[in-house]
Design a binder for this molecule. Structure first.
Ligand code: NAD
Length: 325
């Protein structure tokens, strides 16, 4: 296993970011991923306006380890993380769990989203979903003139930890919910439970809907897929939704409003870092989750006034907050 810990910025405070476990074609690909993701965390923390910098760790494994082998790896990684002291704070990411955080925390003091039994804040997914819901309402207000989602069709692509909860909230708001997942059983279960329609995973991108919420993997927006979209808004939790920076302009040219991913999906970070590091109570967390909607509205208005993409507007907002006062 190659372990990469990338600290991108401490300009706003100690650097935080998840620990991803994944197989890569080469170790250099793992490093490149960690570097790119750590830069995105800097923007996320700044856009969210919490006093932390950006970091990310990648455990580039040849196969996902289980049992004792996994525990040994996580403890070795915990020692590495601890050697960086409080400058590096971490939490779960792709292929790492709350239980994994409990193990890493045996060696490293600055681990977020441990289990509640171990004094952590637990699963960030429900808070990420709530933040996305606020973001969708703000996006609807921008495009349709009202945040009310009753009767709006929303396609949730990926009904895992975040997507399933988002679909539930949308159903409660009387939206017409469409769900799609490569795990067809999972999609059917949630659809039956909340009265949603199932869309086949292969046809999700071309589905006619008001709002497309990517909540599976990143990179679903590209030169190839954007012309196929039949929605007015893209607003979902997935990280790195744009295949390349030009895709932001492609969406704008297609008349589709894009909610920058690291702004709309910050709810989990807001909850974990807010509760565990900043001492926030749940009321403050809820206010900050609602603030995701306000931030997006500011970004949309700024983008419109300056004639730039929403992605560029979000980045300018975040960068303006990186200057030390
Ligand atoms: P998850 O693994 O629980 O769920 C992902 C779901 O997407 C699964 O049901 C999976 O079967 C499905 N899926 C995978 N590929 C698919 C495809 N091609 N088409 C349709 N469905 C597909 O993950 P999650 O925690 O719900 O996170 C979802 C996304 O949001 C990820 O991109 C994650 O990085 C991002 N995110 C999550 C959080 C969080 O708090 N969990 C925070 C920020 C960002």
């Amino acid at each position: 296993t190659w372990m990469f810990v990338c600290i991108h910025s401490t300009a706003r405070g100690p650097a935080g970011g998840g620990t991803r476990m994944k197989t890569y074609p080469t170790p250099a690909d793992g490093l490149a991923d960690a570097m790119r993701l750590s830069a995105a965390m800097t923007l996320k923390m700044a856009a969210t306006d919490i006093p932390f910098g950006g970091a990310k760790a990648v455990l580039a494994v040849s196969a996902l380890p289980e049992g004792d082998e996994r525990r040994r790896l996580l403890l070795r990684y915990g020692d590495l993380a601890a050697s960086l002291g409080g400058n590096f704070q971490t939490g779960p990411d792709v292929n790492t769990t709350i239980a994994d955080m409990d193990v890493i925390a045996e060696r490293h003091e600055h681990v977020f989203c441990r289990s509640k039994e171990r004094g952590g804040s637990g699963d960030p997914g429900p808070y990420t979903a709530r933040g996305v819901f606020h973001g969708i309402r703000a996006s609807a207000a921008q495009v349709f003139g009202t945040p009310d989602l009753a009767g709006r069709s929303v396609l949730v692509q990926g009904v895992g930890d975040v997507g399933a909860r988002l679909a539930e909230q949308l159903a409660e708001a009387a939206s017409r919910v469409l769900v799609s997942d490569i795990d067809t059983e999972r999609a059917k279960d949630i659809a039956d439970r909340i009265g949603a329609e199932v869309v086949r995973a292969e046809t999700a991108i071309g589905t006619d809907c008001d709002i497309y919420a990517p909540c599976a993997l990143g990179g679903t927006l590209s030169a190839e897929t954007i012309p196929q979209l039949r929605c007015r808004i893209v607003a979902g939790s997935a990280n790195n939704q744009l295949g390349e920076p030009d895709d932001g302009a492609r969406l704008a040219e297609a008349g589709i409003l894009y909610a920058p991913d690291y702004v709309i999906n910050a709810g989990g970070v807001i909850h974990a870092w807010g509760v565990e590091s900043l001492g926030w109570d749940l009321e403050t967390v809820e206010d900050r989750l609602a603030g995701i909607g306000t931030t997006l509205t500011d970004i949309y208005e700024y983008a419109e006034a300056e004639g730039i993409t929403t992605e560029a507007a979000a980045e300018q907002l975040a960068r303006s907050r990186l200057v030390r006062s």
